[in-house]
Design a binder for this molecule. Structure first.
Ligand code: NAD
Ligand code: WQD
Length: 344
């Protein structure tokens, strides 16, 4: 058995897929999640896929004493992957303080506790949202950070600064910041996937729910952008590919494969796909029609963004393997599984 890793937010969408990959790679995992945006049944899915039920503590990462007790109980935790955060962009505009507290205090607690518990490294979930609308595409890690368009986006920028300042001040641990583009899809087993709370704000869960008949129609937000078909372009990355990058990042820090105390990587495919192209890929891959209509632009939307993933390709030896065409089918299989389970 390899080292023990704490995964905060480990019953969430990206966290659960990462726990699977960590366990498959031989790591022992402890999950901390307050279940504010996930469900403890996810543990069953992880166990079905890997044969191992990870240790789980229902705990809020704002609770520093609770975290301290956890690190004392599991005194051999060597690394952290910090997914726990609130992530709904629109809600963050309505409830900024909730977002600033939940996304910032949780990180502060972990960083403060790491030295006294001998924890050697932390992987942090950042986002391509820090680039805003980049001037140059594909976007590289040294592109300027643009003023945030939402409190959510601002928390990611602030989190990155907090980590940078802490490391530069001589903290006795390493960090890898991963900037995700648009994670989509589900585990090929369809045992775990994305469980949106209420009406989905993101494209893919809205699309699969519409194809299922749960939603009447998908609204395509704008077809008058400066893109080949007029709809916005994103870099949609398979969630299992994304999860695998975390295993590489943990190993890199904990097995001293890098001298760097702080590194930042884009995690994307390098391919930009428009909203209309994605709908088309879904219809082709599944044979299911998606009723949609073009509506006006969504406020705050970025016109086009996709990654230059070469830094991660070259330095981590990680490349996104799955195509968007195959990945969108895994999202559909997950939606079918949800129906089987009676979850709408
Ligand atoms: P998610 O909501 O599915 O998972 C987050 C998990 O954290 C949930 O299970 C939630 O219950 C838990 N959580 C939230 N606050 C907590 C707290 N205070 N204490 C303990 N647990 C808490 O979201 P996700 O899509 O898996 O995102 C994971 C991370 O990746 C987040 O930090 C998010 O900001 C970041 N990210 C996500 C995307 C995306 O499109 N999904 C893109 C870029 C970055
Ligand atoms: C994708 C595209 C929409 C819904 C958000 C956050 C970002 C990051 C990922 C975490 C856009 C279009 C969507 C719909 C549509 N999260 N769309 N109809 O906007 O790239 O990013 O999630 O860090 O911070 O802002 O993702 O899935 O919402 O939208 O036409 O019903 O689909 O306009 O072009 P986005 P998304």
């Amino acid at each position: 058995m390899k080292k023990k890793i704490l995964v905060t937010g480990g019953t969430g969408y990206i966290g659960s897929h990462t726990v699977v990959e960590l366990q498959n790679a031989g790591y022992e995992v402890v999950i901390v999640d307050n279940l504010s945006n996930s469900n403890a049944e996810v543990l069953d899915g992880i166990e079905k896929i890997t044969g191992i039920r990870p240790a789980f503590a229902e705990l809020d990462c704002n609770d520093k004493e609770g975290l301290k007790a956890l690190f004392t109980e599991h005194n051999d935790i060597k690394g952290i992957i910090h997914f726990a955060a609130s992530k709904a962009v629109g809600e963050s505009v309505q409830k900024p303080l909730l977002y600033y507290r939940n996304n910032i205090v949780t990180l502060l607690n972990l960083l403060e506790l790491m030295p006294e518990h001998g924890i050697e490294g932390i992987v942090f979930s950042s986002s391509c949202t820090v680039y805003g609308q980049p001037d140059i595409l594909p976007v590289t890690e040294d592109a300027p950070i643009k003023p945030a368009l939402s409190p959510y986006g601002n928390t990611k920028q602030i989190n990155e600064e907090i980590i940078r300042d802490t490391i530069y001040a001589g903290a006795p641990f390493k960090s890898i910041i991963l900037r995700y583009f648009n994670p989509i899809g589900a585990h090929p087993s369809a045992e775990i996937g994305e469980l949106p709370n209420g009406v989905p704000q993101n494209l893919v869960p809205f699309l699969t729910q519409t194809a299922m008949g749960i939603r009447k129609e998908l609204s395509v937000f704008g077809d008058d952008y400066n893109t080949p078909d007029g709809s916005c372009i994103r870099d949609y990355i398979n969630v299992v590919d994304l999860a695998k990058a975390h295993v590489i990042a943990i190993e890199r820090m904990l097995e001293n494969k890098t001298e760097e105390k702080l590194e930042i990587f884009n995690l994307g495919t390098g391919r930009g796909v428009s909203v209309l192209e994605l709908i088309n890929a879904f219809e082709k891959g599944t044979g299911v029609k998606v009723p949609y209509k073009i509506v006006g632009r969504r406020e705050g939307d970025i016109e086009k963004v996709w990654a230059n993933p070469e830094h991660a390709n070259n330095v981590l030896g990680w490349t996104a393997k799955e195509s968007v065409e195959d990945t969108i089918v895994t999202a559909w299989n997950w939606q079918l599984k949800l129906r089987e389970r009676g979850i709408q």
